[in-house]
Ligand binder design. Structure first.
Ligand code: PLP
Length: 376
């Protein structure tokens, strides 16, 4: 067995070598501030413009529609809170009960300021349907925010159809696509979304950097006030190295998307087959349209936390629920939202495979799970 197997790619991913190499000059000799007018600032300014264009191209956007942020959390906060502060007469927000806490806690913050928020419940297999949104939406809905793919169970939402419902009622639409960008094809114009959040460390880029797509012509108040960076909407000296690393990683993942998907889906199938062949009893959450490689597996009568620690002792990193919630031993809000039987929910682990996983990893994961669950 390998010394270390990483199977928690939904929590974070390994930095792409090309991204690291692309970052290095901006952390050493090319330290100029892109906002300055002299020639030493020309290279970082050009690097930022190129990175913006590359990222825009990867998601079918225009460069001026990409705003650099510190990651998914900031992008989500910006949309939810910024939209509440916009001068629209419409005050209501609709989201889903199984969003990431970056959305849910931002919604709680605007609720405390008196803005109404409604929470849609997903189906048992983890989907928000357009019919559900039709039941919640009113003419005073300003913003609908539904994640592209759930980070605990992987279910991919019908974003285009949900967006249609929102627009038909004059509401704007945001999707938290942090788990999806760089892993499934995304074209903001095909989806017709107004806002989209992404985070580099989920697609083999560096941590602490991400972006928010804001459709041209849609008004969103500034997130950070100060200098004129990011069209004066998100002030602060740009993190050139991380932005260049993010663009390099995203381009690499988008260029190899089909191959990565095929590889990861093959590994996923192999793992499920090995578990079944070895008589390991489990149920898989998240329905039949999920992110490649994200497996939420429930072992009835077992403790997910204990499985995680025993896997860890065998050198395998997996998760129970969301990485951002690792200190909580309660049943995750996602598993509660899909109303999973508590005995199954307690015995749930998340295995998230990435492009660097191998068939050998899968064999070792299956053997480890068999030992823990079946005791042999
Ligand atoms: N949204 C989703 C769906 C996530 O999975 C995560 C991270 O796990 C975030 C937002 C937060 O992103 P970041 O870690 O870049 O702040």
């Amino acid at each position: 067995m390998k010394q270390f197997i990483y199977a928690d790619n939904a929590a974070t991913t390994k930095l792409e070598k090309a991204a690291l190499e692309a970052m290095l000059p901006w952390l050493s000799n090319e330290y100029g501030n892109a906002s300055q007018p002299y020639s030493f600032a020309r290279a970082p300014k050009k690097a930022l413009a190129e990175a913006r264009a590359i990222i825009a191209d990867c998601i079918g956007a225009l460069p001026e529609e990409i705003f650099f942020t510190s990651g998914g959390t900031e992008s989500d906060n910006w949309v939810i809170k910024g939209s509440a502060l916009s001068d629209s007469a419409k005050r209501a927000t609709i989201t889903s009960a199984f969003e990431h806490h970056a959305i849910l806690h931002s919604c709680a913050a605007i609720e405390r300021l008196g803005y109404p928020v409604a929470y849609m419940w997903p189906s048992a297999d983890g989907f928000i349907t357009p019919d559900t949104l039709e039941r919640y939406i009113t003419d005073s809905t300003r913003l609908v925010s539904v994640m592209f793919a759930n980070n605990e169970i992987g279910s991919i939402q019908p974003i285009r159809d949900l967006c249609k419902v929102a627009h038909a009622h004059g509401a704007l639409f945001h999707t938290d696509a942090v788990q999806a960008v760089g892993h499934v094809k995304i074209d903001v114009h095909e989806l017709d979304v107004d806002f989209l959040s992404a985070s580099a460390h989920k697609f083999n880029g560096p941590k602490g950097i991400g972006f928010l797509y804001i459709r041209k012509g849609v008004d969103l108040p500034s997130y950070a006030d100060g200098g004129a960076q990011e069209s004066a909407k998100r002030a602060g000296t740009e993190n050139v190295a991380s932005i260049v690393g993010m663009a390099t990683a995203l381009k690499e993942n988008c260029d190899t998307l089909a191959d990565n998907q095929t590889h990861i889906q093959m590994l996923e199938k192999e793992l499920l087959m090995l578990l079944s062949d070895n008589g390991v009893c489990f149920i898989r959450n998240g329905g039949n349209y999920t992110l490649p490689g994200l497996l939420s597996l429930s072992f009835s009568g077992y403790d997910g936390e204990a499985i995680l620690h025993r896997m860890d002792l065998m050198g395998i990193s997996i998760a129970t629920g969301s990485a951002c919630n690792s200190e909580s031993t309660e049943i995750s809000h996602v598993l509660q939202a899909i109303k999973l039987d508590p005995a199954l929910a307690k015995g749930t682990v998340r295995i998230s495979l990435g492009k660097y996983n191998t068939k050998e990893d899968i064999k070792d994961i299956a053997v480890a799970l068999r030992k823990i669950v079946n005791g042999n």
